[in-house]
Design a binder for this molecule. Structure first.
Ligand SMILES: *[C@@H]1O[C@H](CO)[C@@H](O)[C@H](O)[C@H]1NC(C)=O
Ligand SMILES: *[C@@H]1O[C@H](CO)[C@@H](O)[C@H](O)[C@H]1NC(C)=O
Ligand SMILES: *[C@@H]1O[C@H](CO)[C@@H](O)[C@H](O)[C@H]1NC(C)=O
Length: 365
């Protein structure tokens, strides 16, 4: 073998090593926990009715095929990955999530789940929060066998984490039927307190598993979804009692997060006030380019708010004119506005700071 050939190989190997170093340094891992607002396909692998794996879901996704995301196109985690310059994370249950792909992060979310284990029981086999956290531990063991325990801890400490959960504890538990066990046990205030104290333990567990930058979204305006308007509001206004739940839960969450950060002595958790942001486009849809925030793009019945979004549903022509894609879930366009707010929103939306400030701080650390 000629010596110049050997030199060439050495040079190429050197370039490859630099490329690997740059890619692990340039982007941080991203972990996602929660419900259908952030599930990107885990439920496809489960026996459950909570799924988005048939058309027209995914109609505006690059492949134009359903993926398990509850959106016409990208969902919130996809858009956060894009904003921080990372690859899209794979669902934890995807067989493609192995080897170096593990270093990108993972999405543990599962449609239908809530803070409480008894939320979403009607969906049977879904991954509840405690299980998502167990799998996060399992994930770390898998990564350790790849890059060692110390490097795994660095990867997790430096990662960005998103937690979106809580809405189902109201709509798929407390308010699911006119009489529910939870409703007999608790008034709305006490039920919200219960959720917050359980949520606090979930966040503490995440911290003990190494998470150090965690975006925590409150619930959206639950009473203003096409589903709740169709079900409970003959006049088309946001459904009062469900809306009241969101307006009790969200401020409690913001306080709990501030308190937890104080206890930890560090701004680990960031409260995303999705409620405020979504109110903006519910109160003034045209300011955001929407023709409506009350009618779902895909569905049937009043406000397209009844039943599921399927190939047999009414489907709007231009998806970006609708704040809601289906009776419960925002359209890609609405998700973009929410993620823009996460990136650069003021204190009204992001407490104690927005994601661009976090990125700036962390790049100096
Ligand atoms: C949910 O169930 C798991 C496993 O049985 C248990 O460890 C956990 O404490 C439960 N969580 C709540 C909020 O009840
Ligand atoms: C869809 O609606 C958006 C927002 O109103 C508009 O900018 C866009 O041009 C429309 N697209 C089509 C194909 O009509
Ligand atoms: C959020 O981000 C923008 C930069 O995009 C910055 O100018 C602004 O001051 C930040 N707001 C807060 C409250 O951190």
């Amino acid at each position: 073998m000629s010596s110049s050939f050997i030199i060439l190989i050495i040079l190429l190997l050197g370039v490859a090593a630099v490329a690997v170093a740059a890619s692990t340094e340039g982007s941080r891992a991203f972990f996602v926990f929660g419900d259908s607002l952030v599930d990107n396909g885990n439920n496809n692998y489960l026996i459950t009715t909570a799924r988005a794996d048939s058309p027209p879901y995914g109609v505006d996704y690059p492949t134009h095929r359903p993926t398990g995301r509850f959106s016409n196109g990208y969902n919130i985690p996809d858009l956060i990955s894009q904003a921080i310059g990372g690859e899209t994370t794979l669902p934890y249950l995807s067989p493609e999530l192995r080897g170096p792909k593990l270093l990108v992060g993972a999405n543990f979310a599962s449609a239908g789940i809530g803070i409480l284990n008894d939320t979403g029981i009607q969906f049977a086999n879904i991954i509840r929060m405690y299980k998502q956290l167990e799998w996060f531990e399992e994930y770390q063991r898998r990564v350790s066998s790849l890059i060692g325990q110390q490097q795994t801890q660095v990867l997790v400490n430096k990662a960005l984490v998103l937690v979106t959960v809580g809405g189902n504890d109201f709509v798929n538990n407390y308010f699911l039927t006119p009489i529910t066990i939870r409703r007999l046990q608790y008034n709305l205030q006490d039920y919200s307190q219960l959720l917050i104290s359980e949520f606090r333990m979930i966040l503490q567990r995440l911290y003990s598993l190494g998470a150090r930058r965690v975006l925590v979204t409150g619930t959206g305006p639950l009473g203003c979804t096409p589903a709740e308007i169709a079900l409970r509001s003959p006049d088309g206004q946001c459904a009062d009692e469900v809306q009241r739940a969101a307006s009790i839960f969200n401020p409690l969450l913001i306080n709990m997060i501030a308190d937890l950060n104080k206890e930890l002595g560090s701004d680990v958790f960031v409260a995303v006030n999705a409620l405020e942001r979504q109110y903006d486009f519910i109160n003034n849809p045209t300011a955001f380019g929407f023709v409506t925030s009350k009618v779902a793009c895909c569905g049937q019945g009043p406000y397209n708010g009844l039943g599921l979004c399927t190939a047999a549903s009414n489907i709007c022509e231009n998806r970006s004119q609708y704040a809601f894609w289906d009776p419960f879930h925002p359209s890609e366009k609405a998700n973009r506005i929410i993620v823009q707010t996460i990136m650069s929103g003021s204190e009204k939306y992001m407490a104690p700071m927005n994601l661009s400030t976090i990125m700036e701080l962390d790049s100096r650390a």
